[in-house]
Design a protein around this ligand. Structure first.
Ligand SMILES: [Zn+2]
Length: 70
């Protein structure tokens, strides 16, 4: 998976954008916050049954799938 940051740095290398621009979009609420929010959301959903999970639950109580296993 390509993160927003590495994608943006690729654009800098190609001369399509500037480092300043990357910093602006990556380290402000629009970029990084959205990425973190998406990650947080996915980690709180069971990979197996898609049930909503509480942050303190290590396993899904519905299908017993561990949250952090591969
Ligand atoms: Zn589940």
């Amino acid at each position: 998976m390509v993160t927003l940051l590495s994608y943006s740095l690729g654009l800098v290398q190609k001369g399509l954008t500037t480092l300043e621009e990357v910093e602006r979009v990556t380290f402000t609420d629009t970029g990084l916050e959205a990425e973190l929010k998406a990650k947080r959301k996915s980690s709180l959903t069971c990979r197996c049954c898609q049930a909503e999970l509480q942050p303190e639950w290590m396993d899904c109580p519905y299908c017993m799938t561990p949250r952090f296993a591969d």
